[in-house]
Design a protein around this ligand. Structure first.
Ligand code: ADP
Length: 405
């Protein structure tokens, strides 16, 4: 029996999200999440998709990632899908920061672990949690290939002109200050799926991908390779997000420290957690903002307008970076669901060949689809992202040859 299953793990500081996929046909066998790890009120929610899909919930203290993964393993075992199964080919780990070094998914060994650890100063929130998840999984199945799939990898093809900030080169290099970009797994998947939707090879098309979730980023993809993206050293740069400010004059930080008397940590929290849509109007959920706008709420309207203004600036910028654009693709929670955001983002851009067909834009669907008028010069697409499938696909592609020999 050949091993075709891949477990995808996304380990955060207090949560572990997982999906088990069968790469023989790309089907999803199970998915779930353990939340609030380390607290008394931890929770596990497990959905055995291969077995009817009725979710099982379980609450109680889960002390650490080790206990969390054991609990996940037990739940999977109840469905005959345990981590000890010979059908499991590999575990694919989402790793947020791969720096400049990791341009591809990589089988994890001690050297890889050390490099992910070395990157902690540029990803202090994410990489330690990712590492804990990896070490726990490796202890559980030391014999199994474990693969790191990096959020930054897709963006390592950016030219230096896009990746460097215009600051002193020596200082930048000493502290590894440059633009890395994030959401790369999603940008890779969506840009490829968009080419497919157009019936063309990824190498032939230029796409602007707008990943609009709670975190949000745009990328310019030329012939399947990323040439620019809106997030930078950290995920704070770029678009207006659910709770992050995106672009601002860096001097705002000096001003808040010197004049506002705020500490660096307070400013960090302000810009990452209390800004963006939530800072502007108190809500970060676009559904709620749309509802409030419908009731004539001015703060919600202004938050929406600022969000759209920034989005439009990036569409224009990346249009200029690419020169010719074949398609713009909307993805993630807002991009896939919020028709008013899609309509407003391209409104008035007809001279760039961009338009949205009102009826097509209003259709709700989980399928990739075009929402531009048939004769549009630049296609506008809605392409649901699937980061887990992409991580599983990349992981399986790496381990499959080894398994055959
Ligand atoms: P993340 O993975 O970054 O947490 P998602 O891609 O799941 O985020 O997106 C979550 C966001 O998607 C929500 O905060 C909400 O703003 C938006 N969203 C989800 N469903 C809808 C909808 N039906 N209409 C408008 N916005 C939606």
């Amino acid at each position: 029996m050949s091993a075709t299953r891949v477990l995808v793990l996304n380990s955060g500081s207090s949560s572990v999200k997982y999906q088990l996929l069968d790469m023989a046909d790309g089907s999803r066998l199970a998915m779930g999440i353990v939340e609030r790890i380390g607290e008394e009120t931890s929770r596990l929610r497990h959905t055995p998709l291969a077995r009817g899909g009725e979710a099982r919930e379980w609450a109680g203290p889960v002390a650490d990632h080790d206990s969390a993964l054991k609990a996940v393993s037990e739940e999977l075992a109840r469905d005959g899908l345990g981590l000890d199964s010979p059908e499991l080919a590999a575990i694919g780990h989402r790793v947020v920061h791969g720096g400049k070094a990791f341009t591809e998914p990589t089988v994890i060994d001690d050297a890889v672990l050390a490099e992910i650890e070395r990157l902690i100063p540029v990803a202090p929130l994410h990489n330690p949690a990712n590492l804990t998840g990896i070490r726990t999984a490796m202890a559980l199945r030391p014999d199994l290939p474990q693969v790191a799939v990096f959020d930054t990898a897709f963006h390592t093809t950016m030219p230096e002109s896009a990746a460097r900030y215009a600051i002193d080169v020596e200082t930048a290099d000493e502290h590894r200050v440059r633009r890395y970009g994030f959401h790369g797994t999603s940008h890779a998947y969506v840009s490829r799926a968009t080419a497919e939707l157009l019936g063309r090879a990824p190498e032939e098309v230029n796409v602007i991908v707008l990943h609009l979730g709670n975190g949000a980023s745009a990328s310019a993809v030329r012939g399947g390779r990323c040439v620019d993206t809106s997030m930078g050293l950290t995920p704070l740069e770029g678009l207006v997000m659910g709770t992050r400010s995106g672009d601002l004059d860096p001097a705002v930080i000096f001003h808040l420290a010197r004049v506002g008397g705020m500490s660096i940590d307070e400013i960090d929290t302000l810009l990452n957690k209390k800004s963006g849509l939530v800072g502007l109007c108190g809500d970060n959920d676009m559904r709620e903002i749309e509802r409030r706008i419908g009731e004539g709420d001015e703060a919600a309207r202004l938050a929406f307008d600022i969000y759209i203004h920034r989005l439009k600036k990036y569409i224009g910028a990346y249009y200029a970076v690419l020169g010719t654009v074949d398609a713009i693709a909307f993805t993630a929670g807002v991009g896939e669901n919020a028709a008013p955001v899609r309509a407003a983002a391209v409104a008035g851009l007809e001279t760039l060949g961009l338009a949205v067909d009102g009826a097509l834009n209003a259709v709700r669907s989980d399928e990739p689809r075009l929402i531009s008028p048939e004769d549009a010069r630049v296609k506008v697409a809605v392409v649901p992202t699937d980061e887990e499938l992409e991580i599983a696909t990349q992981t399986y592609a790496l381990v499959r040859p080894a398994e055959k020999t």
